[in-house]
Design a protein around this ligand. Structure first.
Ligand SMILES: *Cc1c(COP(=O)(O)O)cnc(C)c1O
Length: 366
């Protein structure tokens, strides 16, 4: 079986976890601080606060930016549920802007058209590991006087025109088990804004800076020492593992780009792609539907994924929500019917990649 995702840790991570256990301190402490310092250096940004998950990062970033009831946040309808949930959890209203069909990230003109006097932030999603058009969105947000809160959960280490994903204004990362940089569960908020970073730190720990004194209504969204120990080790080999994802992606594209009905991922000029997912489109020209192809590949021992099977606007819990402005999102809805994620993880062998390419090519008449 070729798995869609495979996670292997090395002996450094094993040792680091044992060290934390022996220290007796498991809750947020010096290891979290060292992980934050390493992330700051890696991202070349003034502040990074480690938190308990990517979802927590989004909630804290929105709250710390003062986004709440009465505000609208413009985001992508083609994303993981956490993006939309975070906006709703802080009490704000979700307004969608459709995606660019070529790279699956939010379309800048659509964002511009969706902004009004209630808009407090634009929240683009760096889908599959390629940043949205962050320079254009940052310029737009600055012009309209709103915040740019980047869902870079899938794009740690990617860049747009030399700027690391998540560092334009406020960036949210996830270190969930299958993400390219993992701590099991975890996340981080990156920003150059020291005041915002201070509020994230306050809110992640019950609104308390001094023990048992409270300045705000906060959460428990802290990262554990165990998670941070894993993260520090994973960060050390992140470039090597990401390089392997990128090589695997290039091999898949070379093998699949001439297969009729398969549209391989586009890497935009000026952007880098860390390939959290390698996602093709199965178009109308394909002999098999996306779902039939998926079943055939499963029968041949190749696991695939659909990220995501519906646009957010198509889910009743969002579509019928009083704080979701629900309009048709044709590009997102079409993408949801066509996308298929193939294995691209660092532990694939060349033989695995040949098997994936051969299986898909054989199913399509040349
Ligand atoms: C993974 C992910 C999140 C949430 O991260 P968790 O760590 O699972 O809470 C948010 N947005 C996107 C786009 C993601 O892929």
């Amino acid at each position: 079986m070729i798995r869609l995702s495979e996670i292997r840790f090395d002996e450094h991570a094993e040792r680091a976890v044992v060290e934390v256990l022996r220290s007796g301190q498991l809750a947020q402490g010096p290891t979290v601080e060292r992980f934050e310092e390493a992330l700051r250096a890696r991202l070349d940004v003034a502040h990074v606060a480690a938190v308990s998950s990517g979802t927590a990062a989004l909630v804290l970033a929105l709250e710390a930016a003062g986004v709440g009831p009465g505000h609208e946040v413009v985001t992508s309808p083609f994303t993981f549920a956490a993006t939309v949930n975070a906006i709703l959890h802080v009490g704000a209203t979700v307004r969608f802007a459709d995606i660019d069909p070529e790279d699956f990230t939010v379309n800048v003109e659509a964002v511009d058209a969706a902004i009004n006097e209630r808009t407090a932030a634009v929240l683009p999603v760096d889908l599959y590991g390629q940043p949205a058009d962050i320079p254009a969105l940052a310029a737009l947000a600055a012009r309209r006087g709103i915040r740019l809160i980047e869902d870079a959960a899938q794009a740690f280490g990617a860049e747009a025109h030399g700027t690391p994903a998540g560092t334009a204004d406020v960036g949210c990362f996830s270190f969930y088990a299958t993400k390219p940089l993992t701590t099991g569960e975890g996340g981080a908020v990156a920003t150059a804004d020291g005041d915002l970073d201070g509020r994230v730190r306050l809110l992640r720990s019950q609104g308390s800076r001094v023990r048992y004194r409270y300045e705000a209504i906060g959460h428990n969204m802290r990262m554990t020492e165990l998670a941070a120990a894993v993260g520090r080790c994973e960060l050390d080999r992140f470039d090597e593992l990401t390089g392997r994802r990128q090589v695997n992606a290039a091999l898949l594209t070379a093998g699949l780009e001439s297969v009729p009905g398969i549209q391989t991922p586009l890497i935009r000029a000026g952007r880098t792609h860390v390939f959290h997912q390698y996602t093709v489109r199965v178009t109308e020209d394909s002999r098999l539907s996306r779902d039939a192809l998926r079943e055939q590949l499963a029968a041949e021992g190749i696991e695939t994924g659909v990220h995501y099977p519906r646009a957010a606007t198509e889910e009743a819990c969002y579509g019928e929500h009083s704080r979701v402005i629900c309009e048709r999102m044709p590009h997102a809805e079409t993408a949801a019917r066509q996308v298929l994620s193939l294995p691209v993880h660092p532990w694939l062998t060349d033989g695995d990649i040949e098997r994936i390419v051969a299986a898909i090519s054989a199913l399509e008449p040349a």
